[in-house]
Design a protein around this ligand. Sequence first.
Ligand SMILES: Cc1ncc(COP(=O)(O)O)c(C=O)c1O
Length: 345
Amino acid sequence: MNKKLNFATRQIHGEKVDKELISPLASPIYQSSTFTFRNAAHGGALFAGEEDGFIYTRIDNPNSRELAMLIADLENAEKGICFSSGMGAVSAVTWTFLSKGDHLIADKTLYGCSFELFEQGLPRFGIEVDFIDCSQEGNLEKYLRPNTKMVYLESPANPNLKLIDISSLADKAHKYNSEIKVVVDNTFMTPYLQRPIDLGADIVLHSATKYLNGHGDVIAGIVVGDEESIGRIATEGLRYLNGAVLGPFEAWLILRGMKSLNLRMDRHCENAMKVAEFLDKHPRVRKVYYPGLASHPQHALAKKQMENFGAIISFEVDGTKEDGERCHSTPGQHDPQHLQSGGPG
Ligand SMILES: Cc1ncc(COP(=O)(O)O)c(C=O)c1O
C-alpha cells in the first residue's frame, strides 16, 4: 500500500490479493453490500443495465444469483430469484402481479401465513380473493373471471397433503386466459420430486428454509419462472415492494446444503413411508394423510406427477386433545415403541 496515504485511508483500502491468483472450488461468500466499478463508464453501464455485473446486494449478489440459477435449472425454469424467507417470496410474487381490482383464486388448503396474506393482507389493497378446492373437478371454471390474474396452490398442501392435478389445472386456467399466472408452492416436494413448470405452471416458489437448505439453520425463499416474470419480480417485488433480500451467507449455506438434496430426499421418503405405514396400522390412529399410502385418495395422481411421495405426514389421533398432545415430540418419547404401547402416558 502506498505509504504516502494516511493511516485512516490505508486501514480502509488495505492491499487486496490479486484476483487472478484465486480459483476456489467452492464459491467464496461475497459478504459485501456494495460492489466497486472499474471506472465511471462501467458504473454507468451497470446502472443502465447495458452490462451484466453487481452494484448493490439488494439488487443482486453473486451468492444469491448462483443459488437462484441452480434452483431455476433444477426446476427447468428460465430464471430464479432469492428472498430472505419463503413468505418474502410469496408476498413478492403476489404484490408484483396483483393490483387493486384484480382477482386471485387460491386453493383453500395453504400454509397458514400464505392463507393469512391472501385472506387478510391482499384484500386491504383492493385485491379480490376466492379460496376454492382446486382438487375438485370443474371447480376452477366456476370461479375464473376476466379480472382473474393468478391461481395459487400447494401440492401436496400444508397441512393435509391434499394433491392438485397441476397440469390439468394450469391447462384450464391458461385456456381461459393465457395471461393468468399459475403459481405453485413446491416446498414439500423440491425440484427433485416434482417439477411444476414441466406440468404447465408459470411460477414455482419455495420456502428454502426447509428441504433445499436441509440443515435447519437458514430462513430463505426462492422463486423461479420465465425470464420476464422473474425480471418483474426482481425490479418490483424484491427491489421496492418488500426488499426481502437473502443475505450472501444464507445463500452460500443453502448452496452447500443443496449438494446432498437427492440423498436427503431419498432417505426422507424411505423413512416417511415406514412411519406412515406404522401409523396406518396403529389402533389409536384414526386417519393418516400421506400420498404414498395406497389408501390416499389421490395416490394415483401422486404416482403420476411426483417422483416420490415426500416426507410430510399428517394424522388424526383417535382420542382426546390430551392424547394428541402426548404424541407431540418430547425428546426420547416419540419413538414408535412408545406409540405402539399407547404413548408415554
Ligand atoms: C408450504 C410452505 N410455504 C411457505 C412457507 C413460508 O416459508 P418461511 O417460513 O421460509 O417464510 C412455509 C413455512 O413453513 C411452508 O410450509
